[in-house]
Each structure stands twice: as C-alpha cells, then as structure tokens.
Design a protein around this ligand. Structure first.
Ligand code: PGA
Length: 253
C-alpha cells in the first residue's frame, strides 16, 4: 500500500504568531478528529521550523518538512540552508523543485538532482515537484514535458534511492489560480508518471511511490481528485493557510 500524504506548502506566508496559531489549530483539530492512515506534513518557511516542530511533537501523523534546501553540504553560501540543518531541526521532508523556484530562482533539472542527493543523504524524503506551464498543456505535449523533467533530474538515482521519493505533480496553470486540473486530467498524468518510473525502475518500485497532486486543491474538490487510482494525496498551497480547510482536505480520502 502506498502512503497517503497531504502536505501544506505555506510558501512565504505567516509571521511568527500567525504560524504558531495556524499550527496549534491544526494540531488541535487532528487531536480531536484523528486522521487515520494519512501523513500530514507542514512545510513552513525555514524560520518557523523549530517552533512548528515543538508544537507538533508527540502528535500522531503530523510531520515537519521544508520548502527547499541547498545543493551544497556546508560552508560559505550566505543565505542558504543545508539538508543536514533541516534534519537537525527535526524535518523529515523537503519540497524540491517547486515550479516557483524553477521559474523565479532559475532552478534547473541538474541543480535539482544535486538538491535531491543532499536530501536523500541526510535522511529527508524529497517531495519532488514537476508540472507543465499552460502553453505546454495547450500544445498537448504535457506528458513529454513532465517525463523529461523526471528523467533529467531523477533517472541517475538507484532503485533504492528512487523508492524513497514522493513526487508532486503540479500543473503550473493550476497553482494559485483557482483553476484545478480535473480529476481525469490528474489521473491521466499521475498514471503517465508512474508508467515512466516503471519503465526505468520496474513496476514494483513505481507502485510504491506516492504521487501527490497540487494546484488549487480545496476541501470541495479534494475528495474527487483523491478518489483517482494514481493520486495519493495533495500538495496544498493557499488552502494550507486555513486550518479548517487544510484538515478537511486531509480528511478527504
Ligand atoms: P495552491 O498551490 O494550492 O495555492 O494552488 C499549490 C502549490 O504551489 O504547491
């Protein structure tokens, strides 16, 4: 059985008290309404990691993740944060290759390989993001586009390494736009991603990897999207900043 996962990507939101309030609300809701068999992951900005970790300590099924890590081990890289630091702060996951980082910070497929290596060698589970822009979707070449992202960043890894990944499929045209992919569009792409992984690593490995959907996922569409065979959960942006919405999404399986 693949793991079901709902991960909240706070992006660059929440001042100190807002982050603490959001986390406390989520923790209290999950204590009151336990969510079985779903891993709930909070991915706040780096400065919140320590505080969020303290608030989620001892609560079942809530995990800490970060939104990025450096491709380097340590040293003179002002402003960067290493994977080893994230682990030392209690993070267990890290988002790698979000489309905002690819677009605004010029993160290439090659750089994302290095970041994934750092994550894996520091016991972090990478949540590796892929997804196509609108013009590629309209041209009908989205499958080739996304599988190329995966080939170029991930296909140098061993079977043992790839097994540890979580993949997030996030069509860029659906991120923060209120325009979700239909559940059929999500299923079609998730299935193509799984087949692509299977072509390189075999069916057993591909069947183990959780593939999350991201892009305007909300409580009112999560159930339908999560009902699809190859959709194993969601990477949630906007709705992860509202405790009730986020917990409702996590309860949508
Ligand atoms: P959204 O963001 O849910 O606000 O569309 C998703 C993401 O960027 O991970």
């Amino acid at each position: 059985m693949r793991k079901k996962i709902v991960a909240g990507n706070w992006k660059m939101n929440c001042l100190l008290e807002e982050g603490q309030k959001l986390t406390s609300e989520i923790v209290n809701m999950i204590k009151d309404e336990p969510i079985k068999d779903v891993q709930v992951i909070l991915n706040p900005p780096f400065v919140h990691l320590h505080g969020v970790k303290k608030l989620i300590a001892g609560v079942d099924n809530i995990y800490l993740g970060a939104q990025n890590c450096s491709d380097q081990n340590s040293g003179a890289y002002t402003g960067e944060t290493s994977a080893a630091m994230l682990t030392s702060f209690g993070a267990e996951f890290v988002i790698i290759g979000h489309s905002e980082r690819r677009a605004m910070f010029n993160e290439s497929n090659e750089l994302l390989t290095e970041k994934t290596k750092q994550a894996l060698s520091n016991n972090l589970t990478p949540i590796f993001c892929c997804g196509e822009p609108l013009e590629i979707r309209e041209a009908g070449t989205h499958e080739a586009y996304v599988t190329k992202q995966l080939t170029e960043s991930l296909f140098g890894f061993s079977e043992e390494e790839v097994k540890k990944l979580v993949i997030a499929y996030e069509p860029i045209w659906a991120i923060g736009t209120g325009k979700t992919a239909s559940s059929d569009q999500a299923q079609e792409m998730h299935s193509a991603i799984r087949q692509h992984l299977s072509s390189k690593y075999g069916k057993t490995v591909a069947e183990r990897i959780s593939i999350l959907y991201g892009g305007s996922c909300k409580p009112d569409n999560a159930k339908e999207i999560f009902s699809k065979a190859d959709v194993d959960g969601g990477l949630i942006g906007g709705a992860s900043l509202k405790s009730r919405d986020f917990v409702d999404i996590a309860k949508s399986f």
